[in-house]
Design a binder for this molecule. Sequence first.
Ligand code: ADP
Ligand code: MG
Length: 675
Amino acid sequence: MIQLENVYKTYRMGDTTVRALNGVSLEIRAGEFVAIMGASGSGKSTLMHVLGLLDQPTSGAFRLFGRDVSRLSEDELAILRSRTVGFVFQQFHLLARTSAAENAALPALYSFDPVPDGRAAELLRGIGLGERLQHNPNELSGGQQQRVAIARSLVNDPQILFADEPTGNLDSTSAEEIMGILTELNRQGKTIILVTHEPDLAQYAKRIIRLRDGHLLADEPNTPRPTPHTITFPSLGKNSLPGFQGSERSTAFDGAGLLPGRAARLRSSLRRIGPLLRQAFRSIAAAKVRSALSMLGILIGVGAIIAVLALGTGAKEAMRRSLSSLGSNLLSLNPGAVQSSGVRQAVGATTRLTLDDAEELPKAIPLIARASAFVRDRGQTVFQDHNWNTEVDGVAPAYQQMRNWEIRAGRFFTEGEMNERHRVAVIGATVARELFGEGNTGVGEFIRINRVSFQVIGSLAGKGASSFGDQDDVILIPVTTAMYRLMGRRYVDRIYAEARTMAAIPLTQDRILEVMKRRHHIPPSQENPFEVRNMAEIQEALMSTTRTMSVLGSSIAVISLLVGGIGIMNIMLVSVTERTREIGLRKAIGARRGEIMMQFLVEALVISVTGGCLGILLGWGISFGMKRFADWPTSVSVQSVALAVIFSGLVGIVFGLWPARKAALLNPIEALRYE
Ligand code: ADP
Ligand code: MG
């Protein structure tokens, strides 16, 4: 079954090389019970590691079941270990905080051949631990722990059992029990290879091999010490190795029958996803505070992203709503900044808009349906003992239709009233409520605006609040009255013009600029000092502010996510170091690199995605709070939630990758020895 031919194993330590195995040739047949003896440092463990496929010889041939296994890849070795060998270590190497039953069942996780569910429990019962299935290692005696480890080594039904000083940490009674179990297992057909330096223990074996300085010193048969048949094992199945006994499963494996094919490897990996997730949750739960803290960065980052995006989406929606109430064919003519000999001058420094411009434009350009001059100021309004500070807009009568203002009571002012600078006012719904009380329109009353007396002739229907303030918090008065009787101005701030059709907007814009240039005697060579914007452009300009805010907020969120990712990486690195021996054990019982990597990646992913989901709740809560208490328009979109989940998942994978790789690349022997 096992054939070693002239096997060497050398370790290089600085300048000196240590020959741990120095030309060992040896054959072990199925069903033997071999004790490997020798002084400390004689190479016993090294030999066992080579035989147990944990390590590979530096030179020489190693045949297992007739197949050369001295030049296999790490993963192939892992697969072979899982299928053919079991280990019992001096230090037991049981997983803490994990029940005896689960410890014993661990190799099944990495096994290619399906292991029946109750098998670990059955073995534990057979070995006398039926009452202790749910106990954790710290609730078991040393002898009991080692029995759990023996059950673990048997779960995959291996042909060969390796025991490296299995009784080194046990009292003599427990040691005898363990040796009895090993003898019994050998009686039932297992090949046992026992490594020990105690001559007493070697007496249980049928053959004793002695090593000295890596050489085979002696190899002789032994009459084993009789042991009572105290332990009864459940039937251990066929003790089968596919391919060698013509098993029905052999099609899934390669020609030699030892290594499974690609499809079988993939299938077994898929089977592992569920258990891997469960393990990840368990080890996260085992370090609750630490995991919670490492989630914090992701949680805050995702919360911030959700809140910022919610604010942005909400603002955009509110803006779109209020802009559509402006009338879509509206154009706004502003005195632009002018470029003069390279110096950009202040707005309106050279060219100002006049009332005449507003009057002439519709006459000169038939594409314009109507136009209105516009001036704006703040005004302190008073009615009896009510005070209200509001926005006062001087406009033309046409402005009412251009902005889709509806009259609730009274009427709008007329051309005649405008031309004669009447002190009449049309008040918005908010102003009406503040000055005259809920439900009153105030039509007919006299109010003072900045100490000038006005009569309220109309009251506007409400448009509702929007992202750039309360549209109803406004008083409309004739633009002439505003300029000459209230604000003392000679120029208007802006002229609104309405194109007859949407399609005519670009042409109208061009025509307005032409007419203005001519009216203001701007030489053709000079840049046009005016600026005509349509609603789409105005909308764009407003949006860009919210976009800037969003970008700012998002970059803060991304930084927080990065910090969160680094936090997770840190925790995972600590976790890998802490669990080095666990990783070594998992590898010894057959875990491949990819599976170790998966385990830690899944853990990082679970932390980051859990953090992300909590962050979504946090962000949703924040945006709900902003809406409820600060009256900000917010709206959590499905996309932002999806984005947050994807982002946190990515952070988990990216920052979990390095620790996971570090774990996957650990050498099983060194990892098992790690203190
Ligand atoms: P035993 O198990 O018989 O006590 P080992 O097989 O552990 O002995 O070690 C045999 C020799 O190889 C010792 O001299 C030891 O120092 C050396 N050795 C074992 N492992 C390593 C290693 N990883 N690096 C360097 N030297 C090693
Ligand atoms: Mg040793």
